[in-house]
Design a protein around this ligand. Structure first.
Ligand code: ZN
Length: 293
């Protein structure tokens, strides 16, 4: 490992809440993928990529790496690691420019300008939860990265963030711009928060409605498009409350497979837009939007 790679890996692990070995791929290329949803213009924005060793610490907790390797092999993926994309979702509405999550502070700003938008024009940043790969991009060089935006998160999540020593600087910088809500509340006209418990104390998803169409950003309800869907009952090392996380994952995936609602999953392969399909007693990912390259 070169010094540069090593320092990036250290920086990546330093921002993670868990002590799990977690390597961030160096310098991700910016990427953006625009699509229409009802009358809104949406853009999936790429921020970073994480590669986790298949060591049973995050995926397949309580199961052997061999069991996880089999799941990965059956999906045609490398068996020694699990790769997660880190992405955010931009929604252009008539009166609002909304960003759901902000990545690690990686390539997101470049992806945003590649898509033709300015950080100053974002009116609302909706946070699914306060892990560094979702709030890391709120602050850049000690300043608000989206200076004119109201930052919205659930009241339980804001309390959780304020108790996290590692987020002390960030909490101080964003504090006066934060507005909290109770899960289930409409946070922006046309976008309603959804209680998706387990991953963190105040973790929520966001449902976007345009006319008769609905789509939902599921946050970290499921992390890997392969392992989390093939083995939704396996505990995830990232979940604060693994049992509640599992119940939420099973219930939410079942509901989404039935409703065939469009979903955005911030850690599925970029651009992370598609449907959940039932596959026997588990699920599989149906990406409906191809990557741009
Ligand atoms: Zn995450």
């Amino acid at each position: 490992m070169s010094i540069r790679r090593a320092s990036l890996a250290i920086a990546a692990s330093a921002i993670m809440l868990s002590s799990t070995a977690f390597a961030q791929m160096p310098q991700q290329q910016p990427d953006s993928k625009a699509f229409k949803f009802g009358s809104f213009d949406l853009v999936a924005l790429h921020d970073a990529q994480f590669v986790l060793p298949n060591d049973g610490k995050v995926f397949g907790v309580g199961h052997s790496p061999e069991e996880t390797a089999k799941v990965l092999k059956d999906a045609g993926a490398p068996t020694d690691s699990v790769t997660l994309s880190v992405d955010a979702l931009l929604i252009k509405m008539p009166e609002h420019l909304v960003l759901i999550d902000t990545g690690t502070g990686g390539a997101l700003q470049q992806s945003l300008s590649q898509a033709g938008y300015k950080a100053e024009d974002v009116t609302d940043v909706l946070i699914t939860h306060s892990h560094p790969d979702h709030v890391g991009g709120l602050v850049s060089n000690g300043k608000l990265a989206f200076p004119n935006a109201t930052i919205r998160m659930s009241s339980a999540e804001w309390e959780f963030a304020k108790k996290n020593d590692k987020l002390a600087d960030l909490v101080k910088t964003i504090g006066s711009h934060v507005k909290t809500f109770e899960p289930g509340a409409e946070v922006v006209p046309g976008i309603t928060s959804a209680d998706l418990p387990g991953h963190t104390p105040g973790h929520v998803g966001y449902q976007i409605v345009s006319g008769n169409e609905k789509m939902i950003d599921i946050g970290d309800t499921a992390h890997s498009s392969i392992v989390s869907l093939a083995k939704p009952e396996w505990p995830i090392g990232f979940d604060n409350d693994a049992a509640t996380g599992e119940t939420n994952r099973m219930g939410t995936l079942k509901k989404l497979a039935q409703s065939q609602e469009l979903i955005f999953a911030p850690h599925f392969p970029f651009p992370g837009v598609g449907h959940i399909q039932s596959d026997g007693d588990h699920f599989k990912w149906d990406a409906t939007l191809a990557a741009s390259k």
